[in-house]
Write a new protein. Structure first.
Length: 390
């Protein structure tokens, strides 16, 4: 048996304590992965935003509307390749009144041109365009609500109340080809909304989304759009899609910072637990290290025994954490969040880079936690070590 193998086998000297320590490392890794995945998923809409899309809204606040004529003014700009507009509808299915999903009234002809990362088969899209009450829904919400093509759906909204409920037919289901796309959105014709509004609310749009010819000039195009409306009664604020999505995160920046800090604290706690376990093992085997030194083993060998033992615990805990973390985070919690909070977590999956980082940290922190006990054991004089009884 090699010296490394012998050191690794020392882990099993106290199986119960080793099992608890490995379990503690695994829990820390799972928690770290979960918190980092929450951060990553929460910011995915900004990180994966389309570089050539610019969002234009009311300068004061997102909830205030713009005149419909603004959309045509934006489309006439030479820097703009295509443009669409939408209104937030805020609809709820009375049969599932506790289920939240985004519902948008979008321009029929341009909506899926500008948002081409929502993939709809051409024949389905054509059929939808000819159905005034047609709706295209995301695959996640369709599965959750058990909606199928051809189903009739009734929605209620406090934003656009009318006599009777809003009735729709499911024309198709879109798939997402970008991690920034919410797969739980209900999209229908803006004209259907507009035709059923009172005269004082007609021809108002929530926001405008434009695709530009040169993605590198998206910020400049936003400035050009705002200049068009500087002298108007209603001014606008235009941002590239990444900046627009990031602006929503600004309101919860303190929460994101707290999650980030907690994920680091978890690792510090894991290191302390490992350090305590290793120190206990070293103290119990001090006499054995004295015997090894008397037989001719050097201080480096003693250090190696302790560090390798710690690394084995770190590796075992890290692997166990990954083995449990993936099905728990992606298969369980992730699926729940995508179905119920798709607007915030459209894509809740573990970033492979975080898995590698978690495993590296488990090993690195285990090795770091063993340094002080290892050096202390190595510094013991052989006579003193032999005298000590665990």
């Amino acid at each position: 048996m090699t010296l490394v193998g012998l050191a690794a086998r020392n882990v099993l000297r106290n199986k119960f304590r080793a099992a608890l320590t490995v379990a503690g490392v695994a829990v820390a890794i799972i928690t770290f992965l979960l918190l980092r995945t929450v951060l990553w998923a929460w910011t995915a809409a900004a990180d994966y935003a389309a570089k050539d899309r610019v969002v234009t809204r009311h300068k004061v606040t997102f909830i205030m509307t713009l005149p419909l004529s603004y959309a045509q003014s934006v489309r006439s700009l030479p820097q703009v390749k295509a443009s669409t507009f939408c209104n937030w509808f805020g609809g709820k299915d009375p049969k599932h009144d506790k289920e939240f999903f985004g519902s948008l009234a979008c321009d029929t002809e341009t909506g899926f041109t500008v948002y081409d990362d929502m993939v709809v088969p051409p024949d389905v899209l054509d059929q939808w365009k000819h159905d005034a009450q047609g709706a295209i829904v995301g695959d996640v919400i369709a599965k959750k609500m058990n909606w199928k093509v051809g189903d009739r759906v009734t929605l209620q909204t406090g934003i656009y109340p009318k006599e009777g409920d809003w009735e729709f037919r499911i024309s198709g289901i879109y798939q997402a080809k970008s991690k920034a796309v919410d797969r739980s959105t209900f999209i229908f014709h803006w004209k259907y909304l507009n035709d059923n509004l009172p005269a004082n609310r007609k021809d108002q749009i929530g926001w405008i989304v434009s695709r530009v010819h040169d993605p590198s000039q998206a910020a400049g195009v936003g400035v050009a759009i705002d200049k068009v409306f500087d002298e108007k009664e209603i001014q606008t604020l235009s941002q590239d899609e990444r900046a627009f999505n990031a602006s929503f995160l600004a309101s919860i920046s303190a929460v994101l910072t707290a999650i980030n800090i907690i994920s680091v604290v978890i690792l510090v706690i894991m290191a302390l637990v490992l350090g305590n376990t290793i120190a206990m093992g070293v103290r119990e085997r001090t006499n054995e290290y004295g015997v090894l030194k008397a037989l001719g083993f050097s201080n480096k060998h003693v250090v190696m025994f302790i560090v390798v033992e710690a690394i084995v615990i770190g590796v075992a805990g890290g692997l166990l954490g990954l083995a449990i973390g993936y099905p728990f985070i992606e298969g369980g919690l992730g699926r729940f969040l995508e179905e119920n909070m798709g607007s915030f977590f459209p894509y809740f999956k573990i970033d492979p880079r975080m898995s590698v980082l978690a495993m590296f940290l488990a090993v690195a922190l285990a090795a770091a936690a063993s340094v002080i006990p290892a050096i202390s054991a190595a510094r013991l004089k052989t006579v003193d070590a032999l005298k000590r009884i665990a």
